[in-house]
Design a protein around this ligand. Structure first.
Ligand SMILES: C[S@@+](CC[C@H](N)C(=O)[O-])C[C@H]1O[C@@H](n2cnc3c(N)ncnc32)[C@H](O)[C@@H]1O
Length: 218
């Protein structure tokens, strides 16, 4: 699957994503994330969903201190970086072609003493999941990762694998197409799903999902 599913010129409003640096302030720090749309497309720019997910994390409604967190489809890594700054141990993942820029952003935006709280690694949804502990994370993060219908079954398998019955999954989404709500319906077959935050200006929803107990035949 191509890393760049569409070109910038075909999507109105994407020009601001073409800048080489995104500057943001979270967790009391100025962050500077390198972007490279021309080389790596969607994985190499900071999406609004990541910004809104960080706004939600900063509200302190989910415990991060000392928690094991994994971010899926991290792109430039903003949400994972902010989770580390807020005290979590974070595995930040994406597909292999995204990892070079992702690693550079993680290195440059975290102070040295937090480098041991983060791992950057390859995770293509649905593939070789046994490399990650089943149910091994307190929190799973995903920002703008619900957009490719072909990936929905693999993404659901991945969420199912990583989650125990006490894991919280936070997905920050812009609902662009009917297929995006179809994904939420698919998710509801295995998880309880509630909207916990909506940022109107950027039109981003944050959903919290928790694994349902397995069905019992009566
Ligand atoms: C729209 S970008 C969002 C990036 C980042 N989370 C953000 O919000 O700024 C979607 C991300 O999902 C990743 N992705 C797409 N398909 C994937 C797959 N099958 N497995 C893992 N990651 C995937 C892309 O590489 C990209 O980083």
């Amino acid at each position: 699957m191509a890393l760049v599913p569409y070109t910038g010129s075909s999507v109105p409003g994407l020009s601001r994503l073409h800048g080489s640096t995104a500057r943001l302030r979270f967790a009391g720090r100025d962050l500077s994330l390198q972007q490279d749309w021309e080389k790596s497309g969607v994985a190499a720019v900071v999406w609004d969903a990541a910004v809104v997910l960080c706004m939600y994390l900063e509200l302190g409604k989910v415990e991060l201190e000392g928690k094991r967190v994994i971010e899926l489809g991290a792109g430039t890594g903003l949400a994972g970086i902010v989770a580390v700054l807020l005290g979590a141990h974070v595995t930040i993942t994406d597909r292999e072609p995204a990892l070079e820029l992702l690693s550079a952003n993680v290195r440059t935006n975290l102070p040295q003493h937090l480098h041991e709280s983060v791992v950057v690694s390859e995770l293509t949804w649905g593939e070789r999941l046994d490399r990650y502990p089943s149910g091994g994370f307190h929190l799973v993060l995903g920002a703008d990762i619900v957009y490719l219908e072909d990936t929905f079954p693999a993404l659901l398998r991945t969420l199912g694998h990583l989650s125990s019955d006490s894991t919280v999954v936070l997905l920050a989404c812009r609902i662009r197409y009917e297929r995006d709500t179809d994904f939420l319906s698919m998710l509801r077959q295995q998880f309880s799903v509630e909207e916990v935050y909506y940022e109107e200006q950027r039109d981003i929803h944050v959903y919290k999902a928790c694994k349902l107990p397995p069905h019992r035949d009566l």
